[in-house]
Design a protein around this ligand. Sequence first.
Ligand SMILES: [Zn+2]
Length: 147
Amino acid sequence: MARASTKKKVKRSTPAGPVEECWILVGQRCGRIWFCRRVRHTTGERICVGFDGLWVLQREERHGDVLGFLHTHPDGPAGPSLRDLRTMRSWRSAFGKPLLCVIDTPLGLKGYRFDGDESEGEELKLIEAFPRGVVVGVDAGGRQVSS
Ligand SMILES: [Zn+2]
């Protein structure tokens, strides 16, 4: 028996709601410390914010100082999404060096380090944003990371 209407009122995010933002992180890593600067700000609809991949490749070729990416999760989660994992693994593999995935969540800034092709992202011990787009992270220490 069919019901008259099973239409549910779907709660939608408001048009003025948060959009995802993304930056590329450039800088230097000294041991456990990551000194980054956010550059190339882009915005997009949630989950599909992109960045200029060609610029990233050229930057790495010329300066070798791409450290990773920072993006927002306006509604969470605090950890990398499946898409984030895929993105980070492929960039890490293309660059052949550890990369940082920083996520700005409602709970604050979270940082994850990607070392290997199967990496799930090792959470940083500390990640903090400073004025003028500076972001500093500290690796969770002690453990030897196998590559
Ligand atoms: Zn994400």
